[in-house]
Design a protein around this ligand. Structure first.
Ligand SMILES: [Zn+2]
Length: 150
């Protein structure tokens, strides 16, 4: 919900409560018990509505933050490219761990251990960017991934 809509609802509560309080005061002055008894639950309902709006405002803020976070995450993930068994982040030439990216949702840079072999410092898996290495290797991470799990 647009925060201005919630602000408008909140702004409408105060004058409504003032009107009800005014009617209750008039009812008390004129000793009109019937009007006063009808207005008291109305005031309680408006107060309950104010509390509901407050809760909705907090939930709305939280949801907006979550949407913002998810958009950023989506934007970042769309930059990732899977190539030769590892992930690349946009134009960054350094390879990143595809296992950590899929399991713990983190971008962990791989360390070059030998020619075309990389290791993840987090999950300790090793990856070969040499495509001929694929045959006979553990392919549990999709059909295209060659890595030695630990
Ligand atoms: Zn890893």
């Amino acid at each position: 919900m647009d925060p201005t809509t919630i602000a408008a609802a909140t702004a409408a509560i105060k004058p409504t409560l003032d009107i009800i309080s005014g009617v209750i005061a008039i009812a008390e002055q004129s000793k009109d018990v019937t009007i006063k008894e009808k207005m008291l639950p109305l005031r309680e309902n408006i107060i309950t509505l104010r509390e509901c709006i407050s809760s909705l405002r907090e939930e709305n803020l939280s949801l907006h933050e979550e949407i913002k976070s998810l958009k950023k995450k989506l934007e970042n993930s769309s930059k990732l490219k899977f190539k030769n068994n590892v992930l690349y982040d946009g134009d960054d030439p350094n390879p990143y761990c595809p296992v950590c990216n899929s399991t713990i949702d983190k971008l962990v840079r791989l360390t070059n251990t030998s020619h075309k072999f990389y290791q993840c410092g987090k999950c300790k898996n090793t990856f070969s960017t040499n495509m001929s290495f694929i045959s006979g290797e553990d392919d549990s991470y999709g059909d295209r991934v060659a890595y030695r799990g630990h």
